[in-house]
Design a protein around this ligand. Structure first.
Ligand SMILES: [Zn+2]
Length: 71
């Protein structure tokens, strides 16, 4: 079941990335996932007990793969 967030809350939430882009419920792969996906950078943030964890350190890697160290 998808995350149930107040639309007004969702409106004021923004990704902590440089773009501060709006967030969408679910992920591109799984619209019912308990995550919020940034509409700009694509980072996914877990929602724990209904509370979005909007921390870059907690964000799930884009594409679901481990982040690469490109040096
Ligand atoms: Zn972002």
């Amino acid at each position: 079941m998808a995350v149930q967030l107040d639309p007004q809350l969702l409106e004021i939430l923004a990704c902590p990335c440089d773009e501060h882009a709006p967030l969408r419920v679910g992920s591109p792969d799984d619209p019912s996932a308990d995550v919020l996906t940034c509409s700009s950078c694509g980072r996914r943030f877990p929602v724990v007990d209904g509370i979005p964890v909007l921390l870059l350190e907690e964000a799930l890697p884009v594409g679901g793969t481990a982040p690469r160290d490109d040096g």
